[in-house]
Design a protein around this ligand. Structure first.
Ligand SMILES: Nc1nc2c(ncn2[C@@H]2O[C@H](COP(=O)(O)OP(=O)(O)O)[C@@H](O)[C@H]2O)c(=O)[nH]1
Ligand SMILES: [Mg+2]
Ligand SMILES: [Zn+2]
Length: 370
């Protein structure tokens, strides 16, 4: 029987012994194994030991899929059967070791999750230090990573645009709010920090870039790859009139070791059911709430509130607390919408079906592939 774990191509792509065990348990030896490296409207580019194939999902799997999470996503390991040299059918998805999600932002999709990537080992949270720099957003992405149970590394990009003193001020302020995660300062322009960033990357581990459009995700992917694999704002700004150019997710294997997933522009990144993520991102706040005198404390006016006390004593950053409240409200809102969707799907509550719903359902099933 073939031992796939010894195959160096697969190893570089992140294949590990648990997957091999699962493959044997499921008796999938007759099928090939591959990893989804990009997806476009229901067509998946899958990388295997022999190269790349274009795959579609077996009809049965589409039929039984209950929601978006049941569809393959970039980062997934899949069992496929190859026909026609470069065409394949996806028979099954291997269990995911991690799954990074956000709230689906398309209209009427509230309460549903969109997969950013699967089988991710680390989040690369990237921000540019120019005028768009936003500390709250870093905490937002941290919450998303913490909810997925993956550690993150914070990357401050475009340091060529500011001076040393300004950078120090940003790092100091960031360190006050983000206590543990490594912070790496880089510039794609001068290549400063790129080699340092590489030291955080290991062969077979998958790193997912998270950050708003324009922060330099695709440019960084190219820097790490040592060649232009992704189109960036610089090349296409003229053609696309300043629109952001990465239109879909893509996974790349680095020569120097490690796998990187670039993401399309993310304008609004809503967090999904991320309570555990909030708890670890804001661990100081979580710890404080446990010290409040009343356990139903609203932290607004109560005597003996540990949060209020910490803010007055300058032990807790007010901005961090406000950001926490905002993200917490968002998580609650997501949950409420998700429950509503569930109720509707079970035919309870909700309104009666009308003729517009058919159109809506149609566009929803189209959106499964977005
Ligand atoms: N000055 C400077 N510009 C950068 C740097 N990295 C990326 N850019 C520019 O920022 C713009 C957006 O980059 P892009 O990689 O497309 O961002 P993405 O939307 O996050 O993928 C492009 O014009 C890049 O050339 C950098 O380190 N310094
Ligand atoms: Mg991009
Ligand atoms: Zn309180």
């Amino acid at each position: 029987m073939t031992e796939l774990t010894n195959n160096s191509t697969l190893k570089k792509l992140g294949f590990h012994p648990n997957l091999e065990t699962y493959r044997k348990e499921q008796k999938w030896e007759a099928l090939e194994v591959g990893r989804v490296i990009s997806e476009h409207k229901g067509r998946y580019q899958v990388k295997t030991v022999n190269g790349e194939v274009e795959a579609t999902l077996l009809g049965k799997l589409i039929f039984v899929a209950k929601n978006r999470l049941d569809f393959p996503a970039v980062g997934d390991w899949v069992a496929i059967n190859v026909y026609d040299e470069d065409k394949a059918l996806i028979h099954a998805i291997y269990p995911r070791q991690s799954i990074v999600v956000r709230e689906y932002t398309k209209q009427r999709m509230g309460g549903e999750k969109q997969v950013i990537g699967t089988n991710i080992d680390y989040g690369f949270i990237i921000q540019a230090v120019d005028r768009d720099y936003n500390l709250n957003r870093i905490e937002r992405y941290l919450t998303i990573c913490n909810a997925a149970n993956i550690p993150s590394i914070i990357i401050l990009n475009k340091i060529d645009l500011i001076d040393e003193e300004q950078l120090q001020a940003i790092v100091t302020e960031l360190r006050e709010r983000v206590k543990e995660e490594p912070i790496v300062c880089i510039s794609n322009e001068t290549q400063a920090g790129i080699e340092e960033l590489r030291t955080y990357m290991q062969e077979g581990k998958t790193y997912c870039l998270l950050g708003s459009s324009g922060v330099g995700k695709s440019t960084l992917t190219n820097s790490l790859m040592g060649k232009a694999v992704m189109s960036t704002g610089a090349i296409n700004a003229y053609l696309s009139r300043g629109k952001h150019v990465t239109s879909h997710r893509e996974l790349h294997v680095l020569e120097s070791g490690g796998i990187i997933i670039d993401n399309p522009g993310m304008r609004m990144v809503g967090i999904a059911d991320a309570e555990s993520g909030l708890e670890s991102t804001f661990d100081q706040i979580t710890a404080l709430t446990k010290q409040c005198k009343f356990n139903d404390c609203t932290h607004i006016h109560e005597v003996g509130c540990a949060i209020i006390h910490a803010i007055i004593e300058d032990e807790l950053d007010l901005d961090a607390y406000e950001n926490f409240l905002k993200l917490e409200r968002e998580a609650v809102r997501f949950k409420r919408k998700a429950l509503k969707n569930l109720k509707k799907a079970n035919g309870k509550g909700g309104r009666k079906y009308n003729k517009n719903d058919r159109k809506k359902n149609k566009s929803m099933s189209k959106n499964y592939y977005k």
